[in-house]
Design a protein around this ligand. Structure first.
Ligand SMILES: C[S@@+](CC[C@H](N)C(=O)[O-])C[C@H]1O[C@@H](n2cnc3c(N)ncnc32)[C@H](O)[C@@H]1O
Length: 278
């Protein structure tokens, strides 16, 4: 029987997609994470789920790259905290004067740290002020993680990013994570979040994704993915929703000649930008 792949394979997978069009994704370092297993999984996903997966993941990286960069230029943020950072490479794409906090499960963050330090020694990656933190957003992690983050962040303005992660968490875990964000941040700070809307679960393309994940990843056939309604974001009482994008709008913005039509069979994710108002 074929051995099942771990969830972190999805992080490698995203790097393969981002590397497919560096001009669009603005990620010139994603290719460093290339490996044969992920390349095969990427091929499988493109052939059996949606041919747009490379394109859409380039758009997602581009959106957060542009959004965060704009806030840096306006001097609105000094610390970027990436929850479930996987192998994304924002610290090396964005300004060197910022502080970056990268958080993921112990095995992923340990591997990322080891590789990043090696590539920095070899001068493949530039130096950055990066803090790697191991954490599992399942239960009882909040107090320890909050203390670790505050020690690094102090009272500097921050941007929290959580992309490609909420799909794997439960409703309660998501609520706990967002209330932790509220405790970390100050008025004026930002959250960038990605999730699937509820209606996506009814589509054929989404059902194909779930089948592929259940067949190929070690999530188990009982795996309960999460979709999130817009209300969840509107209901964050200390935050205001200031931007919403999906792959239809982002394709028009960053690649108008290849704008995705509403009829296309895509795994449409929603991007939310929130600002803390009190
Ligand atoms: C699809 S990848 C996305 C990675 C990255 N955010 C990106 O967009 O490139 C999902 C990431 O979420 C992390 N993750 C999933 N469940 C988690 C949990 N309970 N605690 C911490 N990290 C988790 C995985 O380890 C993986 O790196």
């Amino acid at each position: 029987m074929k051995e099942k792949l771990e969830v972190h394979e999805t992080a490698f997978l995203i790097s393969i997609f981002r590397a497919s069009n560096e001009k669009l994704s603005k990620d010139a370092f994603a290719k460093l994470w290339y490996n044969t297993t992920s390349k095969l999984l990427a091929k499988d996903l493109i052939e059996n789920v949606s041919e747009y997966e490379s394109f859409t993941h380039c758009l997602r990286n581009r959106y957060f790259y542009e959004t965060i960069n704009e806030l840096i230029l306006k001097k609105e943020i000094e610390v970027i905290i990436n929850f479930g950072c996987g192998f994304s490479m924002y610290p090396f794409l964005l300004d060197k004067t910022l502080t970056y906090i990268e958080i993921d499960k112990p095995d992923v963050i340990g591997y990322k740290k080891e590789k990043v330090l090696k590539w920095q020694e070899e001068k493949v990656l530039p130096q950055r002020d990066i803090h790697f933190i191991a954490s599992n957003f399942k239960s009882g992690y909040e107090t320890g993680l909050l203390a670790q983050i505050l020690e690094i962040k102090e009272d500097k303005p921050s941007f929290i990013l959580i992309e490609g992660v909420l799909f794997f968490l439960t409703k309660q875990e998501t609520k706990t994570t967002f209330s932790l964000f509220d405790r970390i941040q100050l008025k004026g700070d930002y959250i960038g979040s990605v999730s699937y809307r509820k209606e996506m679960a009814k589509t054929k393309v989404f059902k194909r994704l779930i089948k592929l994940f259940k067949d190929q990843l070690s999530l188990g056939q009982q795996f309960n993915y999460q979709t999130i309604s817009d209300d969840f974001y509107h209901d964050q009482s200390n935050y205001k929703l200031i931007d919403y994008q999906d792959y239809y709008s982002l394709s028009k913005l960053y690649s108008p000649l290849n704008a995705i039509d509403k009829q296309e069979d895509i795994l449409n994710e929603s991007m939310y930008l929130l600002q803390k108002i009190k």
